[in-house]
Design a protein around this ligand. Structure first.
Ligand code: HEC
Ligand code: HEC
Length: 345
């Protein structure tokens, strides 16, 4: 991943000019604040909660917290352990390993472009990035540190106390931890891929195979029925039959809504820079993009709640390959959102 490295500070300055607060749309920013929000080509402006405006100081603080293993009970696990910039902001295992080597039953989703998702987790049980951020710290099989303990621990570190005073005008609080981490996550953006350059008029940006793959993606293979919009997700939940086990099913979205039709449904994941975050699916059961396309080609796995879009696709071997090339090359950002682990206080 070396060739993808770039200096994170330059990136932050590109997103936010001079510590300006980020508004809901770039035109609003231009009109009201006379500041430019530069998003990578192809991405749209996103909303930031009104009580958590983005500032450079808050993003820097959030970055430190994100990489800090002291937010776990035994100082061995940070957010980056499972959502690692070197591994597509995910990890390279089917399941994530927390403190004491404990494993959960779902794979770690990427953080890339999560700024756009109103509901977090495979089943959408958390609202927004602020609503998600404290969960893994306290989760016994992830970081296993009760939030009041985490607050106490950070308050004893002078460098954190000072930054919280500066950013939030308070000592370290749970609310501030969530807001700072969420702000950092919002800067992990992927755009400006050959697909975007092609759409912007550069015919040569996509190889012939990637172009054929793009056509399949939006037409014959109907991937865009669910992977739509600039981040390639409809932000909705679908049952593809992934990992379907009639005796012991992961009920997915049903857990939140209790609607029969939501049994075994999971959130449509985004697809930019998807080549960096294998293995795939909520249970990490598919090891490569080729396995994913073969899975769709067969029409998923039959079960009572299988999504109506899931039908055998009758793709030829060449077409399977073209779809893979479209995802691998066509959705690969010109500048992968790499971030070096920062120095910690
Ligand atoms: C032990 C591994 C592990 C650690 C540590 C961990 N996560 Fe996660 N994370 C996961 C898994 C697994 C999921 C999916 C769980 C699910 O959907 O039920 C997840 C889901 C998420 C999501 C939702 C993404 C989406 O697209 O829905 C976000 C955001 C996130 N984690 C951020 C964080 C932050 C911030 C931290 C640190 C405070 C953190 N994670 C620590 C494993 C981990
Ligand atoms: C009916 C909606 C739907 C359609 C159609 C669809 N997808 Fe998906 N896609 C999803 C959902 C939902 C998941 C997660 C499923 C799970 O883990 O249970 C997913 C997962 C994926 C993943 C894995 C992403 C990750 O981070 O693990 C890839 C890659 C993918 N889809 C590509 C495609 C391609 C290529 C097509 C067309 C051949 C396609 N999808 C068609 C909804 C859809």
């Amino acid at each position: 991943m070396k060739e993808l490295t770039f200096r994170p500070l330059a990136f932050l300055n590109a997103v936010l000019v001079a510590g300006a607060s980020l508004m809901t749309t770039s035109s609003e920013v231009n009109a009201k604040e006379k500041n430019v929000l530069e998003l990578p080509l192809g991405l749209k402006a996103f909303k930031v909660p009104p009580d958590n405006p983005l500032t450079n100081a808050k993003i820097e603080l959030g970055k430190q917290l994100y990489f800090d293993k002291r937010l776990s009970s035994d100082n061995t696990v940070s957010c980056a352990s499972c959502h690692d910039p070197d591994k597509g902001w995910s990890n390279d295992a089917a399941f994530a390993t927390g403190v004491d080597g404990q494993m959960g039953g779902r794979s770690a989703p990427t953080i890339i472009n999560s700024a756009y998702f109103p509901l977090q987790f495979w089943d959408g049980r958390a609202k927004g990035l602020e609503g998600q951020a404290l969960g893994p710290i306290a989760n016994p099989i992830e970081m296993n540190l009760p939030i009041d303990k985490a607050v106490e621990k950070l308050n004893a570190i002078a460098g954190y106390k000072k930054q919280f005073r500066k950013v939030f005008k308070t000592d370290v609080t749970a609310d501030g931890i969530a807001k700072a981490i969420a702000s950092f996550e919002r800067t992990v953006l992927s755009g400006n891929a050959p697909y975007d350059q092609f759409k912007a008029g550069d015919e040569s940006a996509l190889s012939p195979s990637a172009k054929r793959g793009m056509d399949l993606f939006f037409n014959k293979a109907k991937c865009s029925a669910c992977h739509k919009g600039h981040s390639f997700t409809d932000l909705a939940f679908h049952n593809l039959g992934v990992g379907y086990d009639k005796d012991n099913p992961d009920i997915g979205r049903f857990q939140v809504t209790k609607l029969e039709g939501d049994k075994g449904s999971f959130k449509t994941p985004p697809l930019r820079d998807i080549h960096t975050s294998a293995p795939y699916m909520h249970d990490g059961s598919l090891k490569s993009l080729k396995e994913v396309v073969n899975f769709y080609n067969k029409g998923g796995v039959k079960n009572a709640q299988l999504d109506e879009e899931m039908k055998p696709l009758k793709l030829t071997e060449q077409e399977v390959e073209d779809l893979v090339v479209f995802m691998k090359e066509g959705l690969k950002s010109a500048r992968y959102p790499y971030v070096e682990p920062p120095e910690l206080p």
